[in-house]
Design a protein around this ligand. Structure first.
Ligand SMILES: [Zn+2]
Length: 73
């Protein structure tokens, strides 16, 4: 797969990304599988990973303003 922005090679990696669950609450998901451009800051999350993130976020009660969760498939 090539980067849609610069055309360089995209490579799989792991990273942490913030997801907003409510107006006030943000969940940071660590160890998230990403596909990252080796040349610029562009990245993609595969659909299967994104659905799993949705499931993970659904288990968060939203009581804390900031929560950090480790991704597990
Ligand atoms: Zn790129």
């Amino acid at each position: 797969m090539n980067c849609a922005v610069c055309g360089a090679t995209m490579r799989p990696t792991r990273g942490a990304l913030p997801f907003r669950t409510t107006e006030q609450a943000i969940v940071i998901v660590k160890n998230l599988p990403l596909v990252e451009c080796e040349n610029c800051a562009q990245y993609l999350i595969e659909d299967a990973v994104l659905s799993r993130v949705d499931e993970i976020l659904a288990t968060v009660d939203g009581a804390a303003e900031l929560e950090i969760i480790r991704y597990a498939a």
